[in-house]
Ligand binder design. Structure first.
Ligand SMILES: [Zn+2]
Ligand SMILES: [Zn+2]
Length: 678
């Protein structure tokens, strides 16, 4: 066989003569940064042979798909090592996950010492540079070879129902079954696994950028009714440096964990008796919540929105009309039966109506729009409210404030003529970017979520092809003209239309998605909304959904982590902690505190019995931007001393000046921490 293939690298395409033996390894085998290849768009192992006319592109170790291949391959090495040490262990599944991988096993609970032993064995397997060799097999062959692996046998039987949700699609996927042999340099087979691949060419590609992180209990296919398993988690990176940078990030993230800081700073709590994912805000958390609410309420009014209000429950018919049911039924709480009529004995004589806790505000805003005739002169008509919505997140998924079941959205719906829609999307994007900047989140990117265009999931999305194409083009154009980085998200749209999500990076580089702008041509149709156009005709408006913070709860969680609890002065629950050097200066300092409070400053005056050193330690833990200290010299001079978060200090500042400086700093809404090193 002969022919020509096209090899694409970053910026050039080169024609390569094809021989009968040309594989990806012949093209890229010398370069350890290439872990697989895309052949005519499909990712394959480098060992696969190429055919005449193929279009080949390297998959780099540093790109998301390359990292997944590296991590999944590390999962195989983990499994081999574990079965070497625990011969009775049965294999579950082993997919890549964010920043790492896991592999499930049926085996006795694993200790930290076990993990160390597995890692040591893994190190030997990596050194052996065992090749991953792909082999297509029939169902019967696979069953015979994996007769001792009950979970793999189940996957073979169920391969039609393999899913991305439980990771089983990694093992079998669609089409023919494949087994991967791990082959030593002498040609002997060290281990094998049922897997659809692809993998790195050999275990040596793992280098020294990997490690196991922990183990936990799990259930086969995530279902408690199934067999109990042990899940081993690990991570893998292209280099040792990237691995240690990742570990540093984890440590930094643990220090900033908003669940930990929320408790230490007395901001909020969760209670078993209330339920998971249902936060209670304490007075100090309430300060931040109110600052956010005040800000966003004022901004909406300045931006031309009308403030409206709607109830927390409604008959479920409303959500069938909007189309949220049945599309979104998994996300909503089950129905409540209300209004049933009972006789004196309490027997139901007339059945009740099903009500639902609302999971979204738009259907009710639509009814406000539709409550009277609307003219083109009123458009864009913009409704806004703090709508608390309820989503039935599974208890395993809820996480602190960043994933809750009661979500307070700063939710708006703009109704406009179709030709006004692009400008309204621009308006909302400008609004959101300025809001994020005001809260100190300045590193942002946009994600454009579109309909899944391939057959399988397409019917999840309602509306015509033309409507989707038009709306998508508008959002894409506005995203592109913003000059911000734009990331595509195919298949991520809501059922009723495409959206732009605004993602912000926090202080340690993690990306959070909070704000959204969604284009909707479906709900106006379902609610038969209309307005009278200038020519007297009746027209259907376009509706644009937008949440700026997204959810107050989640945004607060992100702010806590972004600032590591050391909030900007304007947002800090406690702006000043006042600490007298000894009890005899209480009265003097109380006078300064009273002046600050008269200016609206939130002061904690520590006039308790603790010793001075202890009070300073407490004040530091409270992370207040200003600590004010007064001793003898200060009192005699009518002054105070400042101590800042960075430990810097300014002594003998006249009290008048100190009060004026604090008030001005708060009013400036600076997101920096004040310091003596100005
Ligand atoms: Zn695999
Ligand atoms: Zn909405």
């Amino acid at each position: 066989m002969s022919g020509v293939i096209t090899v694409r690298r970053t910026d050039n395409a080169e024609q390569v003569e094809l021989t009968t033996t040309t594989t990806g390894l012949d093209l890229f085998g010398d370069d350890r940064t290439v872990v697989a290849m895309r052949v005519n768009g499909e990712t394959r192992d480098l060992q696969r042979e190429l055919a005449d006319g193929d279009d080949v592109e390297p998959v780099l170790i540093g790109e998301p798909e390359g990292l997944s291949i590296l991590r999944h391959s590390a999962g195989h090495v983990t499994a081999q090592a574990l079965q070497n040490l625990f011969a009775e262990a049965k294999l579950g599944i082993g997919p890549p996950i964010v920043d790492g991988f896991y592999y499930d096993f049926q085996t006795a609970p694993l200790t930290p010492e076990d993990l160390k032993a597995i890692e040591k064995r893994m190190g030997q397997i990596v050194k052996e540079r065992q090749r991953f060799v792909r082999r297509a097999v029939t169902d019967e062959e696979a069953r015979a070879e994996l007769a001792d692996e009950p979970f793999k046998l189940e996957l073979i039987t169920d391969k039609g129902s393999a899913s991305d949700d439980d990771g089983s699609s990694v093992e079998v996927g669609a089409g023919e079954l494949t087994i991967y042999d791990n082959v030593r340099r002498d040609g002997s087979v060290a281990w094998k696994d049922l897997c659809r691949g692809p993998h790195v060419p050999h275990t040596g590609y793992l280098g020294n950028g990997w490690g196991l992180t922990r183990s936990s209990a799990a259930y086969w296919r995530g279902d408690q009714r199934n067999a109990g398993l042990q899940r081993v988690y690990g991570t893998a990176w292209p280099s040792k440096d990237e691995l240690s940078a990742y570990k540093t990030r984890l440590e930094e993230a643990a220090k900033r964990d908003h669940r930990k800081l929320g408790q230490e700073l007395d901001l909020f709590s969760f209670h078993e008796i209330v339920g998971s994912g249902l936060p209670l805000f304490h007075p100090k958390g309430g300060v931040i919540k109110r600052a956010m609410e005040d800000y966003v309420r004022t901004r909406h009014i300045e931006e031309g929105f009308d403030y409206v209000g709607t109830p927390h429950i409604a008959k479920e018919d409303l959500f069938y009309t909007s189309g949220h049911l049945p599309y979104y039924s998994d996300g909503m709480f089950p129905p409540l039966l209300e209004d049933a009529e009972r006789d004196a004995q309490g027997n139901v004589v007339k059945g009740g109506q099903a009500y639902r806790l609302k999971a979204m505000n738009c259907p009710m805003h639509n009814l406000i729009f539709d409550s009277r005739g609307r003219s083109y002169r009123e458009l864009p008509l913009r409704f806004f409210e703090f709508g608390t919505v309820y989503r039935d997140e599974k208890s395993g998924v809820v996480q602190g404030l960043t994933r809750v079941r009661s979500i307070t959205q700063d939710d708006s719906h703009s109704y406009c003529a179709k030709e006004q829609a692009p400008d309204e999307v621009r308006h909302l994007l400008r609004f959101i970017l300025s809001l994020l900047t005001d809260f100190g989140l300045t590193d942002v990117a946009l994600e454009v979520s579109t309909r899944d265009e391939d057959g399988k999931k397409k019917d999840k999305f309602i509306g015509s092809d033309e409507q989707w194409a038009e709306a998508t083009a508008i959002l894409q154009e506005i995203a592109d003209e913003s000059g911000l980085p734009v990331v595509p998200d195919p298949g991520g749209a809501a059922y009723y239309g495409p959206k732009i999500s605004i993602q912000a990076k926090d202080a340690i580089g993690r990306t959070w998605q909070m704000s959204t702008i969604q284009y909707d041509f479906n709900q106006p149709e379902r609610f038969t909304l209309e307005y009278t156009a200038s020519d007297g005709s009746r027209q259907q408006p376009v509706m644009i959904h937008s949440a700026k913070f997204g959810s107050i709860e989640r945004f607060m969680g992100v702010l806590i982590e972004h600032y590591a609890g050391a909030f900007p002065a304007w947002l800090a629950p406690v702006q000043v902690v006042a600490v007298p050097v000894a009890g005899e200066f209480n009265e003097y300092l109380a006078g300064v505190v009273a002046r600050l409070r008269a200016e609206g400053v939130r002061v904690h005056f520590d006039d308790g019995d603790d010793r001075f050193g202890k009070k300073i330690r407490n004040a530091t833990q409270e992370k207040a931007p200003f600590i004010l200290i007064a001793g003898g010299e200060d009192r005699d001079a009518g002054a105070v001393s400042f101590r800042f978060r960075d430990g810097s200090q300014r002594n003998a500042v006249p009290a008048d000046e100190a009060v004026a400086e604090i008030v001005a700093w708060i009013a400036s809404r600076s997101n920096e921490s004040p310091t003596a090193h100005a």
